[in-house]
Design a protein around this ligand. Structure first.
Ligand code: PEP
Ligand code: MG
Length: 646
């Protein structure tokens, strides 16, 4: 992929050595006072003393070690001059804004088209982000307010864009700070604020014809060091040329981090004062697994880093080869490894990872970012597209799992949920509880899934079940929908899709023997099961150390549910984050699980773990683990078992 912005943008400025990001507009994260004297530059040429090794800590983003000279990318300033206009100029300024919006859209569409030059894993991460930008440039509140500001504030287009972006970012952040939201929601607010900033910057650059940041001069094998890296910047990086990335700012779950992970480039973000400490040309090591940047390493450190680079490259090659191999234990037990899907854009990844279908399609995406709820036809078309793309591999569609903290404006707009989220969303109307209270919503989704299910094997999954009465009520709705569709003369799959439940509450896990009599299959949601069992919010940083899926209570609930399912020969899988960690694989196999669904990029690693063990040894190991009552001991046992089977 080219390292310049889309061709329609003005030519990029040449980065000047040593410069960091220029002073940012007020909407950008505050520029730091830096540019400390370069200790290397101040030494006389040919000075004998070697620079001292320095180690800086940051946030580990992408595993892998990179060694190379620092390259600093320049961010040309984009603060627009404030300009007032006369009433007679309103139309002209609106036209300028419209032209900039069209140009920005064209650039983003071009950028999207060029994504196929990136590794496939990256495409699936970046495409939805570009789609989000394009959506904001459409008939959104953002563009409406910009137009309004030109007219009511009598300001030039770039001033209107700048002020609107600023106001919106401030409102988003104030709401996130003032509310009682968890860290997940605050992180999502920050991401949304970043998207608004990015769109404003792009529009201003196009309006004022200022250049975009360029990575054109990035030498092969360099380490990109900058204060701040936007998601759109990451989309311009060439992972084949770039050795590593490190930045002063950024967090572990922003879009920038997600995209760097997708590129697979060793990366560390949030390294305070990095740009000041690492002038261009400095020899650096980026350890993306440890979250460390080492500047001017000693020969011993350098040698160690070189060994780590080779080791990691070998491991990657092994994972890539695994895609074509079956997921089978050494004693020939076949294991099903499927993918979780949150967005249709992830579909190419699933095939690439060698996943055997979709074990959890979180259908929330269908209802988000739209003003009205999708109707039966619209939903059926989307489900059919996904089922067809899987080419005969099974797709498990989970019906809407709404909870107060997930923003679905259309549900509020249509009066299906209250305007204000409940005090305690995790314990309020969530998942199946909402669907049973809003039968039209439930029936529409079931009808759409049933119609689409003629295109390939489908299973229907119910979220947040706590009682057998809920399962029975849901099945009644399902049967009513089947009858109605038959009366309408719709073609339905034969046999009808299996109707299963998530085991993600302690109540469901402990009633699993009764539920297995009536549910066609179980999918264990270890994320919520851990949260509800331990009374620990899964998205809250302050209690994060207490969130422990290896807690014996969680494991015992899982064991009980798995045994209940196996006794009645009901298929049972695990689709929480636990499934993606290869260290847990032997224990899960030993508990009797033969089906896992996970983030598709984890499939090769888990496959490797499956292929390294015998199911019999895993069963013995699981018995040992289940005798323990201390999760740190369990963790040690898992590490020991994993090491012994490497
Ligand atoms: C779970 O709770 O483990 C699960 C898979 O569902 P979600 O993460 O969508 O709540
Ligand atoms: Mg869940």
């Amino acid at each position: 992929m080219s390292r310049t912005d889309p061709p329609s943008a003005p030519p990029p400025a040449k980065p000047s050595a040593g410069a960091g990001r220029s002073p940012a507009p007020p909407s950008a994260p505050p520029a730091k006072a830096k540019r400390r004297p370069n200790p290397r530059a101040s030494k006389a040429a040919g000075a004998k003393t070697a620079p001292t090794e320095r180690r800086l800590r940051g946030i580990a983003i992408t595993e892998g070690v990179a060694i190379g000279p620092v390259f600093g990318a320049v961010e040309p300033e984009i603060e627009p001059a404030r300009r007032r206009i006369q009433a007679a100029d309103i139309e002209a300024e609106r036209s300028r804004l419209d032209a900039a919006i069209t140009q920005s859209k064209k650039q983003l569409v071009k950028l999207r088209a060029r994504l196929d030059m990136l590794p496939e894993e990256s495409q699936a991460e970046i495409a939805p982000l570009i789609d989000a930008y394009l959506q904001m440039l459409g008939p959104s509140r953002l563009t409406r307010t910009m137009r309004q500001r030109i007219e009511e504030g009598l300001v030039a287009a770039e001033t209107a864009v700048h002020d609107t972006g600023e106001a919106m970012v401030a409102a988003i952040m104030a709401m996130a700070e003032a509310g009682s939201e968890g860290s997940e929601q605050r992180a999502s607010a920050r991401r949304h604020a970043d998207e608004v900033r990015e769109i404003s910057r792009r529009l201003i650059r196009n309006l004022t014809r200022q250049p975009f940041r360029s990575f054109a001069a990035l030498p092969a094998g360099a380490i990109l060091v900058c204060e701040y890296l936007r998601p759109a910047d990451v989309a311009l990086l060439d992972p084949a040329r770039l050795a590593g990335v490190a930045a002063d700012e950024g967090g572990s779950d922003g879009h920038t981090a997600i995209m760097l992970r997708a590129l697979g480039v060793p990366a560390v973000l949030g390294v305070a004062d990095l740009t000041a400490a690492a002038p261009p040309g400095t020899l650096a090591i980026v350890d993306g697994g440890k979250g460390e940047v080492i500047l001017d390493p000693t020969p011993a450190t350098l040698a160690e880093a070189r060994r780590a680079v080779t080791g990691f490259a070998r491991q990657r090659q092994q994972w890539a080869r695994l895609k074509r191999l079956p997921a089978i234990t050494t004693d020939h037990q076949v294991v099903e490894l499927q993918a979780n899907l949150e967005l249709p854009a992830e579909l190419p990844l699933i095939a690439q990872a060698g996943a055997a279908g979709i074990g959890l399609l979180r259908s929330e995406f269908l209802f988000m970012n739209r003003e009205r709820m999708p109707n039966e036809d619209q939903q059926a078309e989307i489900y059919r597209g996904i089922i067809e793309a899987m080419g005969g591999d099974p797709v498990t569609i989970r019906v809407l799992d709404w909870s107060g903290e997930k923003e679905i404006d259309a549900l509020i707009a249509e009066g299906l949920v209250p305007d204000l989220p409940p005090e305690n969303p995790a314990l309020s109307v969530r998942g199946l509880r909402l669907l049973l209270r809003q039968p039209d919503l439930f029936e529409t989704q079931l009808a759409a899934i049933l119609r689409a299910a003629t295109a390939g094997p489908v299973r229907i999954l119910l979220p947040m079940v706590t009682t057998i009465a809920e399962l029975r009520a849901a099945r009644e709705v399902f049967e009513r929908v089947v009858r109605r569709l038959r009366r309408r003369g719709e073609r339905l799959p034969e046999p009808l899709p299996p109707f299963g439940i998530m085991i993600e509450t302690p109540a469901a896990a402990l009633s699993a023997d009764a539920l297995a009599l009536e549910a066609d299959f179980f999918a264990i949601g270890s994320n919520d099961l851990t949260m509800y069992t331990l009374a620990v919010d899964r998205g809250e940083a302050i209690v994060a150390p207490l969130y422990d899926p290896l807690h014996p209570a969680v494991l015992r609930l899982m064991q009980f549910a798995i045994e209940a399912a196996l006794l009645l020969r009901r298929p049972v899988s695990v689709c929480g984050e636990l499934a993606a960690n290869p260290k847990f694989t032997p224990l899960l196999l030993g508990l009797g699980l033969r089906s896992f669904s996970m983030n598709s990029s984890a499939v090769p690693r888990v496959k490797q773990a499956v292929r390294a063990v015998s199911a019999e040894a895993c069963a013995r190991f699981a018995r040992r683990v289940m005798e323990q009552n201390d999760s740190s001991l369990i963790d040690e046992l898992l590490s020991e078992f994993a090491e012994a089977n490497e």
